[in-house]
Design a protein around this ligand. Structure first.
Ligand code: SAH
Length: 345
């Protein structure tokens, strides 16, 4: 199995059969080999630099009803909120003073933030912080909407594909959502010149070596500039309340494979990874990740943006904990930079 890892490292791609083999029966040695190589590749490309993004969760209203997600439309227990333009700019101000040069606006698919509102918001942030990168993560929109956001100044867009397998997609989402549409959005974003991020949850219900093979093949084809993966974690008020969470080991192995396949990719060690293990993010970096995304949302709303149970949201994962984060990174021989951290192909 080691030879498949080495092949991925050398050639940056594998066939469907090879991915399937690597993903279905790996040994501990294969894991270690992949993770050490990934650590090396991260260093070759980025040295000891870790990029930070300030995450602003600006609305938890959502029109969608994804079975895994705590802010799905049907979760009537979710306390809904949206931040005002002023509140969002306050988050940016706070973030800027802490050294953040990328802001990520993430939210549910909230009809209130229709095209004109979003354009206004993007322009306001870019006007006040022209030296910062702005990332959007607000779901599926028409090509025209994406274009308007790009013209307004947004630089990057995160839209995880969640699973590239059609049947698996059906299992995770209600029928009005489709993987075809999701992929189309991603291709549109790429063509419009966004630094584009795809990705998937690890250990989501119904995930198999077969569905994961399709995820890796899709990433290989899309060549995204960013990839977000993190363990699935059940949320008590969703249809998946009783499902098992994704595993740390699996997440680390897939992070490593992604680093080998896309050597220059911007790859976050996610909040979900930090939620299932106290040192999840450090371990992620050890396996090829090079981005962390501390929370810049006002503390009064953090508990309301509960995508899954026990999401860390009160301690040092927050942006105000940046000093702790710096220390944690130094412990593993890395340092945080105030650079925008754009993708360099
Ligand atoms: N509405 C936006 C943002 C979604 S939230 C969009 O559609 O892109 C960001 C990511 O959180 C999702 O893409 C999903 O992969 C992840 N997520 C949602 N529920 C989760 C859960 N229960 N466990 C782990 N990750 C989850």
């Amino acid at each position: 199995m080691k030879e498949l890892v080495h092949k991925l490292y050398e050639e940056k791609k594998l066939s469907p059969e090879e991915f399937f083999r690597l993903l279905s029966d790996r040994t501990e040695q294969t894991e270690e080999y992949a993770e050490d190589l990934a650590d090396q590749v991260r260093k070759e490309n980025y040295g000891n630099v870790i990029f930070v993004r300030g995450l602003i969760e600006f609305t938890n209203y959502c029109r969608n009803d994804c079975y895994y997600c705590g802010i799905r439309r049907s979760n009537h227990k979710a306390l809904r909120y949206r931040l005002s333009l002023e509140e969002i700019l306050d988050c940016c101000r706070e973030g800027y003073s802490l050294g953040f040069r990328t802001f990520v606006l993430q939210g549910g698919e909230d009809g209130y933030f229709a095209r004109d509102k979003m354009v206004e918001l993007i322009q306001a942030v870019k006007r006040e912080y022209p030296d910062c990168a702005l990332t959007l993560s607000i779901g599926e929109k028409s090509r025209e909407e994406y274009k308007a956001y790009r013209l307004a100044g947004a630089d990057r867009y995160l839209l995880r594909h969640e699973t590239a397998d059609e049947e698996h997609y059906r299992l995770l989402h209600p029928k009005e959502l489709s993987i075809a549409r999701r992929k189309e959005c991603l291709w549109n974003l790429k063509k419009l010149g966004f630094q584009t991020g795809a990705g998937f949850m690890v250990g989501s219900p119904g995930q198999t070596a077969g569905t994961l093979t399709k995820d890796f093949l899709f990433l290989q084809e899309l060549q995204p500039q960013m990839v977000g993966i993190g363990p699935f974690i059940p949320h008590k008020d969703t249809p998946f309340a009783k499902e098992k969470a994704g595993l740390l080991r699996d997440t680390l192995f897939y992070l490593a494979l992604i680093r080998l396949m896309l050597p220059r990719v911007l790859l976050p060690a996610t909040t979900a990874l930090g939620t299932i293990h106290p040192e999840g993010r450090e371990l992620g970096i050890r396996c090829g990740a090079n981005v962390v995304m501390p929370n810049l949302s006002p503390s009064k709303v953090r508990k309301k943006y509960m995508l899954y149970d026990n999401k860390i949201c009160t301690g040092e994962e927050g942006a105000e904990g940046i000093e702790d984060l710096k220390k944690r990174m130094e412990k593993i021989g890395c340092f945080i930079t105030a650079d925008r951290g754009d993708y360099k192909g």
